[in-house]
Write a protein that binds this ligand. Structure first.
Ligand code: FE2
Ligand code: FE2
Length: 160
């Protein structure tokens, strides 16, 4: 996500969960627009934003957060594998949404399906992964800093 003034005291779990909450708001807004059958261009733009935000979020987890947790606590490898599989499923849906081009009933259905998949995945991160990360002796402030930097680099690359 792109908060205007990201609080720098956020730890890694707080940073990731702030992303989860921000994208949830975008999904709720999309559902509202879909229900109203609002302007297709507006729905399309929102769907593309959801896809971009989730892509950056998945990248910082896969590149920084998951490997750090797996290194610190090798017994989390099954949990990490499951999380990576769920990311892959989400990426497949994201690619389909991006390929659709313009919002319509098909995009509305797929965005709703992606919302449910992300909801499930976020619940696992909150209930299982974050508690492990907090007990793993990781430097969560440093991980947050690394993820913030990577997030900014990816967002800049997106905008270019
Ligand atoms: Fe994730
Ligand atoms: Fe996440």
């Amino acid at each position: 996500m792109t908060p205007t003034n990201p609080p720098t005291d956020q730890d890694a779990c707080e940073l990731l969960d702030a992303d989860h909450i921000a994208v949830k708001h975008l999904f709720v807004e999309y559902a509202r627009l879909a229900m109203l059958q609002a302007d297709a261009a507006e729905r399309t733009a929102l769907a593309m934003k959801i896809c971009e935000e989730l892509t950056v979020h998945a990248a910082i987890e896969e590149e920084i957060f998951y490997p750090a947790l797996e290194d610190a606590l090798p017994e989390t490898s099954d949990l990490m594998e499951e999380a990576r599989e769920e990311h892959q499923e989400a990426k497949d849906m994201i690619a389909q949404i991006q390929a659709m081009g313009e919002a319509g009933p098909e995009m509305d259905d797929l965005v709703a399906e992606l919302n449910r998949a992300i909801e499930h995945h976020v619940k696992e991160e909150r209930d299982e992964i974050f508690p492990k990360a907090k007990g793993a002796g990781l430097d969560l402030a440093d991980l947050a800093q690394q993820m913030r930097e990577r997030q900014q680099a990816l967002q800049t690359a997106d905008a270019a």
